[in-house]
Design a protein around this ligand. Sequence first.
Ligand code: PLP
Length: 227
Amino acid sequence: MTDIAANIGGVKGAMALALEGAGRQADEARLVAVSKTRSVSEIQAAIDAGQRIFGENRVQEAAAKWPALKAANPGVELHLIGGLQTNKTRQALELFDVIQTLDRPRLARAIRKELDRGGKDGSVPRLFIQVNTGEEAQKGGVAPGALADLLELCRDDLGLEIQGLMCLPPAGAEAAPHFALLAELSRKHGLSRLSMGMSADYALACAMGATDVRVGTSIFGVRQPAV
Ligand SMILES: *Cc1c(COP(=O)(O)O)cnc(C)c1O
C-alpha cells in the first residue's frame, strides 16, 4: 500500500535539501500534488497529511472529484496543469484557483470575457503562461519566441496579471536546459513564479529556481495507464 503521508514528507524533505543547497529558503518552493487519475479517498489522505495544493490536468475529471473535496476541505487550492480548451473556460474558472496553462491569445481573450461576465464571484484566477520550451508540435505552450507578444496582450490589452511561467520538458530529454530557459525568460519578463519539475526532477528544479513543483508519482505511486 502506498503511504501517501510518508511520501509527502519525503518529497518535502528532498525539496528542502535542494533549496538549502542552492542557497534558497525552505519555503521558496511549494509542492503541488498532482492528483490526476487518483481517487477522492487517495486525495483526502493527502489532505489529511497536511497537503493543501493540488494539480489536475483535465477539467472534466476535476469537475467530477473536486467540488465535494473543496466543500469538505476549505482552504485547499486547485491548479489546472493540463491544456484548456477555450469552450471549457467558464468551467475551469469555476473549479480552479490557478491556471498554469494559458498559452494562446484566444484563451487569454476567453478568460477576460468570462471575468467580465462576473462569472467567478469576485476572485480572479492566478495565471501562469505555459512555455513550450522544447518547441514540440504536439505539446501545449507558447513558443519561447512568441512569449513576449502573449505577455503584452495579457497585461496591456486584457488587464490579466500573469504570475509566472510553466514548462513540461520533452519526455526523455535532459530537463536542466529547459529549466534554465524558463528561469531566464521569467527573469527577463519580471515574473515571480516558476512552475517546473516533476517526480523525476523536482529537486533539480528547486535548485534551478522553481517556486512550484508538480509531483504525482512520488506521492501517490505509479499511475495506471490511461485507458
Ligand atoms: C502528470 C503531470 C505531472 C506529474 O508527473 P509525475 O511524474 O507523476 O510526478 C506534472 N506536470 C504535469 C503537467 C503533468 O501532466
